[in-house]
Design a protein around this ligand. Structure first.
Ligand code: ACO
Length: 431
């Protein structure tokens, strides 16, 4: 097949250049615009990176119009039904599904890195009890770089692997410690005889004074949510991890930056905001009032959990979570869940409203996830932390892919300057 090219013409000077087109396995082609500055002295301008591909990647594929999400080629629906979070972690990190022995070894590697340094545990005491857990989690992750000097050569593949195992294993422990700190309860140490999600629930909910048994239904529900949140190609937090990591910064610093980016309500913070919004709406009768506010640009109110930069038909993760909500609430014996009923009604009404239809705004992954977290007893302020636990593997997979690429360059966007022209300094007394 002949190489595809685009021709770019500067209409003022008539100067032409040919832009090579790159094709991926699937998905739209991309224009390689690297030469346009040399040829024409211009940059491209794409605020919000709506049409910019910043990297090649082999990890996750999304078709936003068709509602397709695939990890390493496997459809999310199949992984949600048949796989486990640990298996998905292996898949994202290594490119293929593990054989039995590989999965056992991976599980074992993760289980043997679950404890955090005792000194790190003392960091939590520096936080006020009502500190947001995302603040504690991002700070503690950033601090981890101070503990592993012997294994932080980012160009050493074994060091990168140890980092991957450490951060995936320890993030539930770090999150649970933040939760216990906010409750004023003693930290609960990890139990390596439990699975990843069961161990996390135990660290969250066990107390030293009485036995705690992890409900397998709860562990299974969490495992499903973690699979669905594990990766989402070049989203804001993953791009942040890549950008921070592209400077050669240590990987703990890069992941901490990702946690900070995830926190915002336009991204991972939406799951917390959805529950707050549903509580604020209160009853179905109030839905029209809030929909009107969401449509009024001057109100700054958006329907949280609605809309997505890429999905313009439906978010496949939201479909799976909505179906799971029914099952999980039933199995946990919390069928009459008024917030879930309200969310279903809100979705139904919004999806008939021309404002949402015309703008292709559908429920995203965060619309229903908070309902399940709540039913599991996880407090609202911890929802985005749950997302961070699941997304850590995606961040690590992308960081690994970037660092192991010999063509890696520091990420450094350009700008269209619209500030003041050159002017001379005016002495203080003369202004
Ligand atoms: N409620 C009301 N209007 C909305 C919403 C919403 N949730 N989302 C988008 N719109 C409107 C915008 O006002 C805009 O209208 P206009 O064309 O009349 O100006 C139009 O839809 C397009 O929206 P943009 O903001 O340009 O879309 P963008 O791709 O930049 O933003 C985003 C996507 C951030 C997800 C947005 O839809 C939003 O803020 N949603 C609510 C927050 C949320 O749920 N975030 C989680 C996303 S999933 C995730 O990160 C895990």
């Amino acid at each position: 097949m002949a190489d595809k090219k685009f021709e770019l013409t500067d209409l003022a000077s008539g100067k032409k250049s040919l832009l090579p087109v790159k094709s991926g396995t699937i998905g739209p082609d991309v224009l390689d615009i690297a030469a346009i500055n040399k040829d024409h002295g211009v940059f491209t301008h794409d605020p919000g990176f709506g049409v910019t591909s910043a990297t090649e990647s082999k990890i996750t594929y999304i078709d936003g119009d068709a509602g397709v999400l695939e990890y390493r080629g496997y459809p999310i629906e199949q992984l949600a039904e048949k796989s486990s979070f640990m298996e998905v972690c292996y898949l994202l990190l290594n490119g293929d599904l593990p054989k039995k022995a590989e999965l056992e070894k991976f599980n074992d590697d993760i289980r043997h890195h679950t404890m955090i340094n005792e000194t790190l545990l003392r960091f939590y005491n520096g936080f006020h009890h009502n500190a947001h857990p995302m603040a504690m989690v991002s700070a503690v992750i950033a601090s981890m770089s101070a503990f592993y000097h012997d294994s932080m050569d980012i160009h050493n593949p074994r060091h990168r692997e140890i980092f991957a195992h450490r951060i995936i294993a320890k993030i539930p422990t770090i999150a649970a410690a933040a939760h216990k700190h906010s409750l004023g309860q003693p930290f609960v140490y990890p139990r390596n005889d439990l699975g990843y999600c069961a161990n996390m629930l135990n660290m969250f909910f066990a107390v030293p004074c009485e036995p705690y048994h992890v409900d397998p239904v709860a562990a299974e529900a969490l495992d499903l949510l973690f699979i669905l949140h594990a990766d989402h190609e070049q989203n804001a937090s993953t791009s942040t991890v890549r950008l921070a990591g592209s400077t050669g910064a240590n990987p703990y610093a890069a992941i901490s930056a990702g946690v900070a980016a995830l926190w915002g309500p336009a991204h991972g913070g939406a799951n917390e905001a959805v529950l707050a919004m549903l509580e604020q709406i209160g009853t179905v009768e109030n839905v029209p009032k809030y929909l009107a506010m969401a449509k009024d640009k001057s109100s700054h109110f958006r329907l949280m959990g609605f809309g997505h930069r890429v999905y313009k038909n439906f978010d496949p993760r939201a479909k799976i979570i909505r179906a799971a909500c029914h099952k999980v609430l039933e199995r946990l014996g919390s069928t009459n869940n008024p917030l879930f009923e309200l969310a279903l009604k809100l979705e139904e009404i919004a999806l008939k409203d021309s404002y949402f239809v015309e703008r292709k705004l559908y429920p995203n992954v965060d619309f229903y996830s908070g309902i399940i977290y709540s039913a599991l007893g996880i407090p609202r302020s911890m929802f985005t932390v749950m997302f961070a636990i699941a997304r850590t593997v995606g961040w690590v997979a992308h960081w690994q892919e970037m660092i192991s690429d010999p063509a890696m360059r520091i990420g450094r966007p350009r700008q269209l300057y619209t500030g003041a022209g050159k002017r001379d300094y005016v002495e203080l007394g003369k202004r």
